[in-house]
Design a protein around this ligand. Structure first.
Ligand SMILES: Nc1nc2c(c(=O)[nH]1)N[C@H]1C(S)=C(S)[C@@H](COP(=O)(O)OP(=O)(O)OC[C@H]3O[C@@H](n4cnc5c(=O)[nH]c(N)nc54)[C@H](O)[C@@H]3O)O[C@H]1N2
Ligand SMILES: Nc1nc2c(c(=O)[nH]1)N[C@H]1C(S)=C(S)[C@@H](COP(=O)(O)OP(=O)(O)OC[C@H]3O[C@@H](n4cnc5c(=O)[nH]c(N)nc54)[C@H](O)[C@@H]3O)O[C@H]1N2
Ligand code: SF4
Ligand SMILES: [Mo]
Length: 714
């Protein structure tokens, strides 16, 4: 525990001014909760007013890095559009309502719906992953709603990673982490950390880490249908046909094999069915793989040589996860990291030893314990895929969803076929949203229960600490008083209590989140206490990731890596079929993220929204010219799900045959109360994505690769 004491502990409050009686400003350490990077920030306050937000140079993980979104925390805190009290919808008016009255009315209405045979549902959105305390309350809420209909942003995101981890390592949360600080070659497939700041990979300051890799002679290679911000600083970039990554990954494995570079080495005794994997892969032909994904055979051999030489990482993110072969892709990525021998090794894909060991303290996960009522899709980690949500609400019959609670989610803009979901939400008998804004989704709510502002709650990166590039622990206390406001965890737990007592059911005793956190820290590898962590305002560095963690972590019954999950082996047949089918003509739609936006919910910050319109359809000149589309022209984009009109951005940064539209826009829908965002509302890409396009193994939506038609708007 040496390092605990070695951490510098600078004053948390550094007063400025005050000599002539003016208000004293104080600087406080904090963690930015907006994305997975968890950057340390210094917040300068004068009373409750935020004077500045800067990177904390002493933060053990982020070392001073921040992105423009951190400053928007002040805008969120002070946003006049942010709801400060619960509201109830009366026609098209929102009327303030007391907390207790709101809970009582909701509970009575929910009980009546259940008595009449209606079902309830829950949708959990992404910001809850950045909020340790609310995460602890969902068990109670699920019990209180007494429903199997649980949905979350996970099935428009990372469920394929988790399913593969469950199958091969025996635990859905055993995320391998890319050890970029010590690798020689990093291959990023379908991720854009320069915009996203890393995902399923807490890697603040990623640009400097990439530069350090390059400075020590290493290489970054990016495979993406768009020449992204990350691709532009990479040593090598390859365009890839959207949705064809499984062939790319099979081809890379074959090329490694051809080069005699398959060297699992010390992993070998842990590998179950390794030979079966190769038997299945060898029926593919490298030339077919190359043709299918649009990358030359020579490039495959060069990539394989780079991966085989020294510590290397194959990392895949959204582009390969939200795809029709999402699970197969992640399985193949795992096989590649095993094949090079760099899984669980320095400079490879490693396993963390974080302050709170979420793996040891959570269930292994499961799939297929239940099936969705309408389409019969299996649940995954206890949740149904969001592609089934609209039909569960719209299809009459026993078990039809008539009531919905959303917590920190905006599924109308974030889930496929948002147009249909929008209509579905409108038809609900009861909708309750825990959210601070009237959004495209929450405008349908009957009650909105708003949490406190971002600086009024404390923060611990419970889930994200486990996927960080270094082992660390950091707790950030609330900076502003709670007053009459409530934190998300309080709202969810109070709502659960009200629902339970309305049905005469016992209310569970809930441990305070801080106490629960302290207990979790104590039970974990480092035996820290919350007091110790709190005493280190810049975080506690617990050192680099440790090699050789996997044998002790494997949660399969035989403590082996199960290399050949039946579902993945079977899915290779679907890949064979896809590779044999003619390549569809027409354009394919992919998404994109921008460093100044976060999903659908930071658009109301003027300082983030400023600059040119970012909701544009990127199209290659070769696709624009024959359609008479010039830069800035208005175009219609149509899919089987819907149609949008948006301005074109003609650019050869996007691959020919591919068009790109960012997600998270579409704030122009009637009733949305985001006054800044509505100045540049944009259109929602998810009015084009489809509910019938999903990865059959995981149920995860295939958001990427939607076939679309593009034409000059009339
Ligand atoms: N086409 C396409 N669609 C996508 C994606 C894509 O790449 N392409 N990405 C997907 C991904 S990865 C994700 S994670 C999902 C996200 O999907 P969602 O989680 O459904 O949506 P968000 O846009 O994150 O909206 C979050 C909501 O929570 C509210 N909110 C923000 N902070 C808090 C808080 O602290 N408490 C509460 N109670 N509410 C809060 C915001 O006001 C907003 O309404 O979108 C997915 N959708
Ligand atoms: N600034 C900002 N940061 C964010 C977010 C945000 O909205 N804005 N969202 C946060 C969230 S919730 C998440 S999950 C992460 C996501 O983090 P990332 O996955 O790093 O972010 P994306 O920009 O979605 O990157 C996906 C990449 O895949 C590419 N792609 C699309 N289709 C394909 C394909 O078929 N094959 C391949 N190989 N590539 C493809 C896209 O062009 C894109 O560059 O970002 C997080 N950080
Ligand atoms: S990268 Fe930006 S949004 Fe993400 S945690 Fe850091 S400062 Fe916050
Ligand atoms: Mo996400």
């Amino acid at each position: 525990m040496e390092r605990v004491h070695a951490v510098s502990s600078r004053n948390r409050h550094r007063p400025r001014g005050g000599e002539r009686g003016e208000l004293v400003s104080t600087v406080h350490t904090r963690t930015c909760h907006i994305c997975e990077a968890n950057c340390g920030i210094l917040v300068e306050l004068e009373g409750a007013k935020v004077l500045s937000i800067k990177g904390d140079p002493d933060d053990v993980l982020s070392r001073g890095h921040v992105c423009p979104k951190a400053t928007a925390i002040a805008d969120l805190q002070d946003d006049p559009d942010r709801l400060r009290t619960p509201v109830k919808r009366m026609g098209d008016r929102w009327v303030p309502i007391e907390w207790e009255t709101a809970y009582a009315e909701i509970a009575a209405r929910y009980a009546a719906i259940k008595t009449a045979g209606g079902q309830g549902a829950l949708y959990i959105g992404n910001p809850t992953a950045h909020n340790y305390s609310v995460g602890m309350q969902f068990g109670a809420l699920k019990k209180a709603l007494a429903t199997d209909n649980v949905f979350s942003a996970s099935t428009v995101d990372q469920i394929p990673h988790q399913l593969v981890q469950l199958w091969i390592y025996g635990h859905n949360s055993l995320f391998p982490v890319a050890d970029i600080d010590r690798t020689r070659t990093m291959l990023i497939i379908g991720g854009n950390p320069l915009a996203s700041n890393g995902s399923v990979w807490t890697v603040p300051d990623v640009k400097r880490r990439i530069e350090a890799l390059q400075a020590r002679g290493g290489r970054l290679i990016v495979v993406d249908p768009r020449r992204t911000e990350t691709a532009k600083i990479a040593d090598e970039h390859h365009f890839v046909r959207p949705g064809s990554d499984a062939a790319l990954l099979v081809g890379l494995l074959l090329a490694l094999d051809a080069a005699g570079a398959v060297r699992p080495g010390r992993l070998l005794p842990m590998l179950k069915d390794w030979d079966a994997v190769w038997e299945a892969l060898r029926r593919f032909d490298l030339a077919d793989c190359a043709a299918f994904c649009g990358i030359s055979e020579t490039a495959f051999h060069e990539l394989a040589a780079a991966l085989g030489d020294g510590p290397s990482i194959v990392y895949g993110r959204m582009g390969v996860s939200v795809a029709a072969f999402g699970t197969l892709n992640h399985w193949l990525i795992a096989m590649l990291n095993i094949a090079t021998g760099h899984l669980d090794a320095e400079g490879g894909m490693m396993f963390s030893t974080p302050g709170v060991d979420v793996v040891a303290q959570s269930g292994r996960g499961s799939q297929g314990r239940r099936h969705s009522r309408v389409r019969g899709l299996p649940d995954v980690m206890g949740e149904f895929p969001v592609v089934t949500m609209a039909e569960e609400i719209l299809t009459p019959g026993e078990g039809q969803v008539r009531a919905l609670v959303t917590v920190a989610g905006n599924p109308v803009l974030s889930c496929p076929d948002g147009g249909t979901l929008d209509k579905a939400l409108e038809s609900l008998e009861l909708m309750v949203s825990v959210d601070m804004y009237v959004t495209a989704t929450t405008r349908h709510a009957h009650y909105i229960l708003p949490p406190c502002g971002p600086l009024q709650k404390d923060h611990y990166p419970l889930f994200l600490g486990a996927i960080a590039v270094r082992n660390f622990a950091k707790y950030a206390p609330a900076l502003l008083p709670m007053g009459a406001d409530r934190s998300d965890w309080q709202i969810v737990s109070e709502l659960s209590r009200a629902l339970l007592s309305a049905r005469g059911q016992a209310v569970p005793n809930i441990m305070h989140p801080r106490e629960a956190l302290d207990a979790m820290l104590r039970r974990s590898n480092w035996g820290l206490t919350l007091a110790q962590v709190e005493a280190a305002p810049h975080g506690i560095d617990l050192g680099p990731l440790q090699a050789g963690r996997l044998p002790a972590r494997l949660a399969t019954p035989d403590k082996l890596i199960h290399c050949a999950p039946e579902a993945c082996m079977g899915d290779l047949d679907r890949l064979t079929e896809a590779m044999a089918a003619p390549v569809p003509e027409g354009l394919t739609l992919i998404g994109r993220r921008h460093v100044r936006q976060n999903n659908s919910w930071l658009h109301n910050s003027r300082r983030l929204l400023k600059g040119p319109d970012r909701c544009t359809l990127m199209i290659h000149p070769d696709d624009a010219a024959p359609r008479g589309i010039g830069d800035g022209a208005m175009v219609t984009v149509a899919s089987e799900a819907g149609e949008v009109t948006v301005s074109a951005e003609v650019s050869d940064d996007v691959m020919p045959g591919v068009v790109s539209l960012p997600h998270g826009f579409g704030h122009g829908r009637e009733g949305v109360k985001l006054s800044v965002a509505r100045e540049k509302p944009g259109v929602s890409i998810n009015d084009l994505t489809r509910r019938d396009r999903f990865d059959p193994l995981s149920g995860n939506a295939a958001l990427t690769g939607t076939p679309v038609a593009v034409a000059l708007a009339a």
